[in-house]
Design a protein around this ligand. Structure first.
Ligand code: AMP
Length: 206
């Protein structure tokens, strides 16, 4: 089973992808997180990815597709992709290697997405994510999970957020039409409670 989450940054793709991967007991693939881990380890991929991510640009398709092909060779039953594909080339590549069962587009207005990203925080050690408005850490700036420092993501500045919103509209939103044509797109209102959205997503998973 292969599921894909599309949606503007801050639309809750990560949260919903995690819930769906638990529901079906399949792998959750979050490339943004994968790159951040490499950047904090200062691996050669991390150094390369940093050059793009620090400017709010997409990592080139060849690099992304190669990573995905390696990840898919490693493990099992199915995948929930969160933040992949983001371009038509990536979507065509995925469709070529593994046909997708269902694609969820989490629809959200830019203004709300911008607010959500500005209040987003992440643990610098265990990578657990927080939102200061709806799910803050119990003790300010300290991770509930591991006691690590809770920080703002380096790319969650006003300028880089705007770059990513613009990129989303230019490069990723056209994928809706691509998946609509394949008859596997579900459009979900992302301005709703987490549990309700999850329920709708499970209902549509065939
Ligand atoms: P995210 O955590 O999903 O917001 O991703 C953080 C950054 O990683 C993005 O702004 C991109 O620079 C890069 N990235 C993540 N997924 C992809 C992808 N599928 N294609 C290209 N770049 C990506």
């Amino acid at each position: 089973m292969i599921f894909v989450f599309l949606g503007i940054q801050g639309s809750g793709k990560g949260t919903q992808a995690k819930l769906l991967s638990k529901h079906f007991d399949i792998e959750h693939v979050n490339l943004g997180e994968y790159f951040r881990k490499h950047m904090s380890d200062k691996s050669s991929l991390g150094v390369l990815a940093h050059a793009f991510i620090s400017e709010g640009r997409l990592v080139p398709d060849e690099i992304v597709c190669e990573i995905v092909s390696k990840l898919m060779l490693c493990k099992g039953n199915g995948y929930v992709f969160d933040g992949f594909p983001r371009t038509l080339n990536q979507a065509e590549y995925l469709n070529y290697v593994y046909p997708v069962n269902r694609v969820y587009y989490l629809e959200l207005e830019d203004n709300i997405a911008r607010e959500r990203m500005l209040s987003r925080r992440i643990c610098s050690d265990c990578r657990f994510d927080y939102n200061l408005q709806i799910r803050p850490p119990k003790i300010e700036n300290i991770c509930d999970n591991c006691g690590g420092a809770v920080v703002r993501r380096a790319d969650d500045t006003i300028e880089l957020i705007q770059n990513r919103l613009d990129l989303f509209h230019a490069e990723t939103q056209p994928l809706n039409q691509y998946y609509q044509n394949l008859g596997i797109l579900s459009v979900i209102n992302a301005n709703n409670e987490i549990d309700k959205i999850h329920e709708m997503i499970v209902k549509e998973a065939k």
